[in-house]
Design a protein. Structure first.
Length: 516
């Protein structure tokens, strides 16, 4: 039985209705659209719109993945979409200038005063429409905008409206043209009106000191970027439920005290690239602290009021310029944090660095399961010292060692290592980056192959370009390797030579050796 032209077109119309918007973007759907529209006008046939027929929750979830400006534009599609953007859980507004200031609080603004006023008016209208529509609460709101001091009243008005809607996550990145504006958290976010606000990210402004008599009882996470004069003690005393504090490119005094004993609920502390007076000492007295990440440009005298005052510390990450002996700084951390489970050390070693090995008495990392060491150095460093270190990590399961340098050079000789006296029963995964097959490197690899009785995988990479990120869910640091160039890989002949050199030395029968 033959099918008529009308029947065929009727079958394909729903599919064309879905595909057509994508084809229009490239200009390919113009003629098809004309034909379909003409057919609909002639036959007055209603075609099912499958996307618009979806529930509001699904459509709002789709729109929330778009920039707010693009999400609002969908309101002109049809009456079904006209008000959907009012019910989105997440909103994000940013002006073009703010996108150019990712690593700076100061930006040379290219927007005209007229554009800024229109931008402010547009956001004001958005809130007015949102209020009249009786929309549901907003989960997160992000504003990235280059501002002047006379814009403060607008920001205060928006924030008061947001906290009234029960916003949970609030980000204000206010890059400035001349002088930063003053922000008062307690004025913006009064405790009575913001029971839902749990995360606050504030960038590029002056933060007024907090008053402990007006506590922000519900804040659990604070991130501050490019903030002048941060008073850590007032933040901790004014935010009793605070669990995470992140400070980056902030002005700090030479001494920072993080304390509160068992009453302090702080679980994660991050201090990265803070400037001003040279940060010399950090005093920790936080019984609930579990994660500590420090990224500093100079030596640091990290002090604990007493080792027992960080009894729950599990994850430590240090990124510092250090002119002394690598193993001294490791043993220093082990002395006060012997209970840590993962330790990531990213060092820039000075030209005067000389490695002498471990001191006679070294505390043991009794619970350490993952050790990540990333080295950027100008002078010789013997990788075989890592063997001295992992001897003091009896439960170690994962070892990552990355040597990063511009011009690799060959160390002069390497001492022999004895694997039999210190077998490693739990070591399962080893990865070496910046591996060139030098004598000291081969010595370390052979030592691990012979002493790691349960080793499952060893990876040797010539590439040393990588980034690190702590995974809260998994509880350890993840290393992401950047794209490798042809020069950062071993050629086939060199790889075969290394395989032959290492073959047959592994004690573990299930080990997999990968050379990249």
């Amino acid at each position: 039985m033959s099918t008529s032209y009308d029947d065929k077109l009727g079958i394909w119309l729903p599919q064309l209705r879905l595909v057509f918007p994508l084809m229009v973007l490239t200009g390919l759907g113009l003629r098809i659209g004309t034909v379909v529209s003409s057919y609909l006008r002639l036959h007055k046939k209603e075609v099912e719109d499958r996307i618009s027929a979806m529930p509001n929750d699904i459509l709002c979830s789709i729109l929330s993945r778009l920039d707010t400006k693009d999400a609002v534009r969908t309101s002109i599609l049809c009456s079904r979409w006209s008000n959907l953007y009012h019910f989105l859980p997440n909103y994000s507004f940013s002006c073009p200038c703010s996108m150019e200031s990712a690593n700076s609080a100061f930006v040379q603004c290219s927007c005209t005063a007229e554009y800024k006023n229109e931008y402010l008016s547009a956001i004001d209208r958005f809130f007015q429409i949102h209020r009249r529509a009786g929309s549901e609460k907003i989960k997160s709101f992000r504003l990235s905008f280059c501002v002047k001091r006379d814009f403060t009243c607008h920001i205060e008005r928006w924030v008061h409206h947001l906290v009234g809607l029960g916003v949970e996550e609030l980000t204000l990145k206010l890059c400035y043209q001349s002088e930063p504006i003053n922000i008062s958290l307690q004025k913006l976010v009064c405790e009575a009106a913001a029971p839902g606000l749990t995360f606050l990210h504030l960038a590029s402004s002056n933060l007024e000191p907090l008053n402990p008599q007006q506590p922000l009882k519900y804040l659990k996470s604070i991130k501050l970027d490019f903030i002048d004069s941060v008073d850590v003690e007032s933040i901790l005393s004014s935010c009793p439920k605070l669990e995470s504090l992140w400070l980056e490119y902030c002005f700090l005094p030479s001494k920072v005290f993080v304390g509160g004993g068992k009453h302090l609920e702080l679980k994660s502390l991050t201090i990265i690239n803070c400037y001003g007076k040279e940060l010399e000492e950090i005093y920790l007295c936080a019984e609930n602290l579990r994660t500590l990440k420090l990224g500093l440009e100079s030596d640091l005298a990290l002090k604990f009021s007493h080792p027992s005052h960080v009894p729950k510390l599990q994850h430590v990450s240090l990124n510092v310029a250090y002119s002394g002996d690598l193993l001294h700084i490791i043993s220093w951390v082990a002395k006060d944090c012997s209970q840590v489970e993962s330790f990531c050390l990213d060092l820039w070693l000075g030209t005067s660095h000389v490695a002498y090995g471990l001191p006679r008495k070294v505390p043991t990392f009794s619970r350490l399961r993952q050790l990540d060491i990333l080295l950027e150095f100008n002078d010789l460093f013997y990788v075989t010292q890592i063997a001295d270190l992992i001897i003091h990590c009896p439960l170690l399961q994962i070892l990552h060692l990355v040597r990063r340098e511009i011009t690799p050079h060959r160390p002069h000789g390497a001492r022999s290592l004895s694997p039999r006296s210190h077998p490693h029963l739990h070591l399962k995964e080893v990865e070496l980056g910046g591996f060139y097959g030098f004598e000291d490197e081969i010595s370390l690899v052979l030592y691990i192959l012979k002493s790691a009785l349960a080793l499952e995988r060893m990876v040797l990479r010539r590439n040393s370009s990588c980034t690190t990120k702590f995974n809260k869910n998994k509880g350890y640091t993840e290393i992401s390797w950047l794209r490798e160039s042809r020069l950062s890989k071993f050629d086939k002949s060199k790889s075969q030579v290394l395989h032959q050199q290492l073959r047959g030395h592994a004690t573990s029968p299930t080990v997999q050796l990968v050379i990249i």
